[in-house]
Each structure stands twice: as structure tokens, then as C-alpha cells.
Design a binder for this molecule. Structure first.
Ligand SMILES: Cc1ncc(COP(=O)(O)O)c(C=O)c1O
Length: 455
């Protein structure tokens, strides 16, 4: 009997082809990345690590041909070792890191491993609050890490920038072991140098080492493409990221570090210099078991793609499209958090713009094939289930080749749906507007089909 799952995958493919993906954390991978993920490497167990000898060295031919002794717990590693070494080498090159751990199964796993590597239970982390744009893993009370560690959160100013004064005064007051800059809904470029100075001044005062961590899950592709500053270039010790957002790789996590690289078998002293190996030990055996070598292969392929000159152009176009979309939305009467964007993300205050809530609007847009997500705004009075905002972005649209004209068209459709929502007042009442929504859906489908998926 044919597995029903394949029918559903087919339906999902049609949904992706016929719709426009505006969720800023999603993208379309290349056929090569997809092939790596779907490969027989999924059959292999490889707990532990390959040799780190010679990486970073960027000599790919050498890495691909050299079989070296490793730190693994299973036999038969000669091929996966070389694949993982290529992934590490390319990640280091892409992000100017001394070392990379390519094994985290996800962004959340990557962040948890960093906490586990550097903190003791009860230690303090200073990060951006969830409502201000931070991520759940930066201290939201529903997470496991918030039960183990003590999180203190800074917010954003009225114009949507990090409140650096608050960050500084909270750091002085709470003496965090980690200062974390990272976010899922923040449209500015962080002033990494300013955060490094805050850390350095405090370290001098207290004599304590403070780890500077950047969670660049959203903007890693922009950093790789050279259109966004790289926190590791400014003195951050660790950068975590997902590999599937702007970076356009498989779903997964990645940890990049500055410091000494050594054997993971010997427990090193807990110093910032030793952070690369402290983190390797925290990923395996600290928080994960066997690595997903098929995903690591796909990460290596994606990093290879991001190292190509074309990727710089892609990253530049993501930002140009986001700025065009932000301007077009403003022209249509949408009010944007921070009045625009400096990266790939846009946060719309849909409550203030059209007096509808974010969830209702998200569901209505779904009906015409425009996909985005409801999102709380900083200090949102409406809570996270029916927030006042929606979040959207341009990485996926840019991969498909959409440009300025299409961004303007999307803003027009969004305005039309906002007006329909205003009139309908509830999701149930949208049935009264079925014909109008169907006609918009058909327009979206026609445009989407002009820009085929890469895979
Ligand atoms: C800033 C940030 N960190 C971490 C994560 C978690 O990544 P994952 O969903 O792969 O666990 C996300 C995901 O949205 C994110 O935006």
C-alpha cells in the first residue's frame, strides 16, 4: 500500500509552489542541500567528533582525502569524518571562527549547549526579553533553561533599538556570566562594539570572565553574505545560529567559537580561551547523542553555497526587498515597529494599523496563500495568543527571485485583506467575503507560479 505521507508531502509541495512565503525564518533549500539531507548518511551512527587537525585550513581537497584518527565511539567513520571536517572548515571560513560545532540538532539545542558549557545552575544570563523580540530560549519561563539558570532581560527603546543603557545597568547590577545579544523579531543592526565595551568594563571591575554570546539565528545568512556585521569580529566569544533561515541550509543548529581548539577527550579548565572545547563537550555527550550526519552533510553543502559570490548578491537582495516591502506597507497605511527595517524582518502593528488582531489577520492571509505569523509587539497588551502584530520577511521570496515590483504587489494584497478583516470582524464572518478572497488567492497563485521553487 502506498504510504499516505507521500500524498501529504505532495500537497505541501503544491502549497509551497502556489503560495508566497513571508515567514522570515523560512526559506527554500537548493536541490543539492535536499539531496544531502535525503542521503544514506542517515544510516550512520557517529557519536563523538572527527579530528580537528588542519581545520580551519581551507584546503578542501586535503580535508576530503585525508583519513585521520578521530574521537568517535563507533567504527566505519572514514567518510562521515571527512564530511563533518568539511562542514566545520566551511563554517569557520564563512563566519571567521576558530572552531565550529556543526552537530546541534536545532537552534534551541545550540543555545542550551552554550549555557551548559559555561554556566552552573543558578548562574545569571542577561538577554533580550521575549516581548522585546528575544527568543524563547533566552529566558522565557516556559523553557527548561529558565528553570535551571537565572535569566535577566533587557528590552528595546521606543524606536525599536536595544536599550543599551538598560543592558549596562542590568549587567552592573546582576553580574551575569553570559551577556546575550540575539532575537527573533528585531529590525535594527546591533551595536556589537558597544556591548563588548560594556562586558570588558565590567570584567575589569569584577575580575570575572563574562561570556559574550550572539544568537544570530535570523541574520546568519546576512552575516555570511557580508551585509550585516559579524559579532565574532567585534570580540564576541560565541555565536549560535540556526542553519535554515537566511542561511538557507537544512533545519539545524550551529555554534561558532573563538579560542583554543584541542582534543575534546580531556576536560579543559573553564576559561573563555577554552570555550571551543567546552562547547564540544557540552553538545556531545552533554546534551545530545548521535549527530545527524545527513544533516551535517547538507549543512556543509549549504555553507559551500554561502561561500560563493552569488550568495553575497542574495543577501543584499534580501535586505533591499525588505526595505521595499516596508516602504510599500507604510504607503498602504500599515504602522511598522521601529518604522522600518535594517535587516530581513518587518513587524507590523496590525492592531494600530487596522484595528484587527495578529492571529485573525494571519489566518485571513493564509486563505489567499500569503503566509506569515502573528507576533507580539514590545509591551503588547494583548498577550501572545492574540497579539497585536504580525511578523514577515523576505528571505524565501528573495530565493524565488521576487523583487521590488512584487513587494509592492504583496503590500497591496495585504491592505485588501486587512480591509476585509476589518469589515468581517471575525474569522467565521470571512465566509461572507469568500469570492473576494478567492479572487485574491488566484492572483497570488498566478504570481507565485511565475517564480518556481528551487527544489
Ligand atoms: C533567535 C533564535 N534562536 C533560536 C531559535 C531556535 O531555533 P530552532 O527552532 O531550530 O530550535 C530561533 C528560532 O526561531 C531563533 O529565532
Amino acid at each position: 500500500m502506498k504510504d499516505l505521507v507521500f500524498d501529504l508531502i505532495k500537497q505541501e509541495k503544491t502549497r509551497q509552489e502556489e503560495g508566497l512565503e513571508l515567514i522570515p525564518s523560512e526559506n527554500y533549500v537548493s536541490p543539492a542541500v535536499l539531496a544531502g539531507m535525503g542521503s544514506i548518511l542517515t544510516n550512520k551512527y557517529s557519536e563523538g567528533y572527527p579530528s580537528f587537525e588542519g581545520i580551519p585550513g581551507w584546503d578542501e581537497e586535503k580535508i576530503a582525502s585525508e583519513v585521520l584518527p578521530n574521537y568517535r565511539y563507533y567504527g566505519g567513520q572514514q567518510n562521515v569524518d571527512r564530511i563533518e571536517r568539511l562542514a566545520i572548515s566551511r563554517a569557520c571560513q564563512l563566519f571567521h571562527a576558530d572552531h565550529a560545532n556543526v552537530q546541534p540538532h536545532s537552534g534551541a539545542q545550540a543555545n542550551n549547549a552554550v549555557y551548559f558549557a559555561w554556566l552552573e545552575p543558578g548562574d545569571t544570563v542577561l538577554g533580550m526579553s521575549l516581548p522585546a523580540g528575544g527568543h524563547l530560549t533566552h529566558g522565557a519561563s516556559v523553557t527548561q533553561s529558565a528553570k535551571v539558570y537565572h535569566f535577566v532581560n533587557y528590552g528595546v527603546t521606543k524606536d525599536g533599538d536595544i536599550d543599551y543603557d538598560e543592558l549596562k545597568s542590568l549587567a552592573k547590577k546582576h553580574h551575569p556570566k553570559i551577556i546575550l545579544v540575539g532575537y527573533s523579531a528585531f529590525m535594527k543592526i546591533p551595536d556589537f562594539a558597544r556591548v563588548v565595551k560594556i562586558r570588558d568594563d565590567l570584567s575589569k571591575e569584577t575580575g570575572e570572565e563574562i561570556l559574550l554570546m550572539a544568537d544570530m539565528a535570523h541574520v546568519a545568512g546576512l552575516i555570511a553574505g557580508g551585509v550585516h556585521p559579524n559579532p565574532l569580529d567585534y570580540g564576541f566569544n560565541v555565536m549560535t545560529t540556526t542553519t535554515h533561515k537566511t542561511l538557507r541550509g537544512p533545519r539545524g543548529g550551529l555554534i561558532l567559537t573563538k579560542g583554543n581548539v584541542a582534543s575534546p577527550l580531556k576536560k579543559p579548565e573553564k576559561t573563555l580561551k577554552n570555550i571551543p572545547i567546552l562547547i564540544d563537550r557540552a553538545v556531545f555527550p552533554g546534551t545530545q547523542g548521535g549527530p545527524l550526519e545527513h544533516i551535517i552533510a547538507a549543512k556543509a553543502i549549504a555553507f559551500g553555497e554561502a561561500l560563493k559570490p552569488e550568495f553575497k548578491n542574495y543577501a543584499k537582495n534580501i535586505i533591499e526587498n525588505a526595505k521595499s516591502l516596508a516602504e510599500a506597507l507604510k504607503k498602504e497605511g500599515f504602522i511598522l515597529q521601529g518604522d522600518g527595517t535594517e535587516n530581513h524582518l518587518i513587524l507590523v502593528d496590525i492592531k494600530k494599523s487596522f484595528d484587527i488582531d495578529g492571529k485573525f489577520y494571519e489566518q485571513a492571509l493564509d486563505q489567499i496563500g500569503l503566509t506569515l505569523n502573528a507576533n507580539a509587539l514590545p509591551s503588547d497588551p494583548s498577550g501572545s495568543f492574540r497579539p497585536s502584530g504580525v511578523r514577515l520577511g523576505t528571505p524565501a521570496m528573495t530565493t524565488r527571485g521576487l523583487g521590488e515590483a512584487e513587494m509592492s504587489q504583496i503590500a497591496t494584497w495585504m491592505k485588501k485583506v486587512a480591509i476585509i478583516c476589518q469589515k468581517a470582524g471575525s474569522l467565521e464572518n470571512l465566509t461572507d467575503y469568500h469570492n473576494q478572497l478567492e479572487s485574491l488567492h488566484s492572483e497570488v497563485r498566478t504570481l507565485a507560479l511565475k517564480f518556481p521553487l528551487p527544489n
